[in-house]
Design a protein around this ligand. Structure first.
Ligand SMILES: [Zn+2]
Length: 333
């Protein structure tokens, strides 16, 4: 196992123009370097390397990424193999670290949490096809102008009104209480000593990690508030080892390539804002999901672009959040 500090050193040291330049004859034009694309046949260069960003991109075949990504694609190596290649190129010594029992346990535990989340994502998606799901959930999505292709792509779903539907299905499929509780998909034992669903009678928006795994859910009720009863328009997954709220952005998995390509990101408030803009063909858009923007979220955006346009609702809370967001971007520089 390569220690994390060494991984960081390799990533910080590798210069994209040097790494690509070993395989492709690059010509400087302005700040960037251009070449005929090594991934698809062409006679005029649409492949370019952007040293300032440590990225490459081809306008022809849309391949793009970092120095590590280039080596993975060009040499057909795994991530770790590509890191070893770059370490060798830059004479960075790798002192292999034995994976401790704790490392292994943590890795396996995280994977278990991700598998439970993935199962839940599939479950909610399937429920959208039931009579209840279609009549209430799908009807709502359609009423908000969402097309079936968008609903499918973003994995939108329905959490049934029964308070045990998900729990029963997950338990029958062999998922352990420990992981169902840790992911916040199930809530504590009821009086019958049974787990019950934390998300029920709500439309569900899965939240993906930057690498495309389902890590959490946001769920919206379609009921209006009744006097004297507790009411939460949205219920969200609690924080867990796989979901750190202030480092997650809704839509990042679907937006990141376009964010890098357009060198721009739109930041909106809610799930539906992301989905509506996506349908308009604007795919470099993410949401901070109602919460105030955090420095961790800014860091995530900055992995792909420095340019952000904030589009929050015009109400006073929205304006306040937008101003605070702009202030943070300025401070982060
Ligand atoms: Zn290409």
């Amino acid at each position: 196992m390569i220690p994390q500090e060494t991984v960081q050193k390799i990533l910080d040291t590798a210069r994209i123009e040097e790494v690509v330049g070993d395989f492709v004859a690059l010509r400087r034009r302005g700040a960037d370097l251009w070449a005929c694309c090594p991934f698809h046949g062409e006679k005029t260069p649409s492949f370019h390397v952007i040293p300032a960003k440590g990225q490459y991109y081809c306008f022809g075949c849309h391949k793009g990424g970092s120095a590590v990504g280039f080596i993975m694609d060009y040499e057909h190596l795994s991530y770790v193999e590509a890191l070893r290649y770059l370490a060798k190129k830059y004479n960075i010594e790798i002192v292999e670290k034995e994976e401790t029992a704790e490392d292994i346990a943590n890795r396996q535990r995280n994977e278990s949490l991700l598998l439970v989340s993935e199962y839940a994502g599939d479950f909610f998606k399937e429920q959208l096809k039931t009579a209840e799901g279609r009549a209430v959930g799908l009807e709502y999505f359609h009423s908000r102008g969402l097309e079936d292709s968008t609903i499918e792509k973003y994995g939108l779903g329905w959490a049934p009104s029964s308070r045990h539907a998900f729990t029963d299905a997950a338990k029958a499929a062999g998922y352990k209480d420990e992981y169902l509780l840790e992911t916040g998909l199930c809530a504590a034992y009821d009086s019958d000593n049974r787990l019950h669903d934390r998300f029920f009678d709500r439309v569900v928006f899965p939240i993906h990690s930057v690498s495309g795994r389902v890590i959490a859910f946001g769920a919206r009720t379609l009921k209006s508030k009744e006097p004297g009863k507790p009411y939460a328009k949205y219920v969200n997954s609690k924080e867990s080892d796989i979901y750190v709220k202030n480092k997650s952005l809704y839509g990042i998995w679907f937006a990141k390539n376009e964010m890098a390509r357009k060198d721009k990101c739109y930041l909106v408030e809610g799930y539906l804002d992301v989905l509506s803009m996506h349908q308009l063909g604007i795919t470099n858009v993410v949401a901070s999901s109602g919460t105030a923007l955090t420095e961790g979220q800014i860091g995530l955006i900055k992995r792909f672009t420095q340019n952000v346009t904030i589009m929050y609702d015009g109400d006073s809370a929205g304006i306040h959040a937008a101003l605070r967001g702009i202030d943070m971007f300025l401070r982060e520089g």
